[in-house]
Write a protein that binds this ligand. Structure first.
Ligand code: GDP
Length: 206
């Protein structure tokens, strides 16, 4: 089968929710490679996961951001790979103890997950990197987990503004050792950058 066909098959309605965990005592086994998605609440993470997998309701789009402190695991392509939807961060109304719990959960997951291949850190194209994103990136650098920035909702910004945000992000990435040097732009609404993302994720399963 051609790579293109394999990728199409892998993502076409082929994703299954396997677990939602709030405690790391009950994580799925580490036999399958994982690719995780992180980002501030409302960044468009659920929309991207849904658009990428062609499943309208795979990840629940949130109307009450920051409510769920849960890691959701999905299998794709005959269990060759797992997608992990990490709980959103940076919700303005989150309490200090919520933030602490998030940090603990994520830090533990990142440090103790040998099968974690890559993390995509989603950043809203309109806002660029915020301090909380930088904190998460430092966490990933410390854990030596490879990651790449995805600029979401690219349909919301004009081309020249997009170039500027890309430039700023690239400049910031230079001081982050575990980061891929360039961000990848997507739009779930306009279906932009999704095929490339599928390809990138597929390659991580190989
Ligand atoms: P999450 O909290 O990160 O899971 O974010 P959601 O996927 O729930 O999206 C938050 C809001 O952004 C919703 O109102 C979405 O309709 C909107 N949104 C998500 N992706 C896009 C996109 O690509 N373009 C635009 N214009 N809006 C988007």
């Amino acid at each position: 089968m051609s790579t293109q066909k394999t990728i199409r098959k892998m993502f076409s309605g082929n994703c299954v929710f396997i677990a939602g965990v709030t405690s790391l005592d009950i994580l799925p086994d580490t036999s399958v490679a994982e690719v995780a998605f992180a980002g501030r609440s409302n960044v468009g993470k659920s929309s991207l996961l849904n658009a990428m997998t062609g499943q309208a309701n795979l990840a629940r789009t949130s109307h009450t951001p920051g409510r769920t402190q849960q890691l959701n695991f999905f299998t794709v392509g005959d269990e060759k790979l797992r997608l992990v939807d990490l709980p959103g961060y940076g919700y303005a109304k989150a309490s200090k103890s919520d933030v602490k719990a998030w940090n603990k959960l994520i830090r533990q997951y990142l440090k103790g997950r040998p099968n974690l291949r890559h993390v995509y850190v989603l950043v809203d194209s309109r806002h660029g990197l915020k301090d909380v994103d930088i904190e998460v990136m430092k966490m990933l650098d410390d854990a030596a987990v490879a990651y790449q920035i995805i600029l979401t909702k690219s349909d919301k910004v004009k081309k020249d503004a997009m170039e500027k945000v890309k430039e700023r992000v690239e400049k910031a990435l230079k001081s982050h050792p575990a980061a891929f040097p360039t961000p990848h732009a997507t739009s779930s609404h306009k279906k932009y950058g999704l095929t490339e993302l599928q390809h990138m994720v597929y390659k991580l399963s190989q």
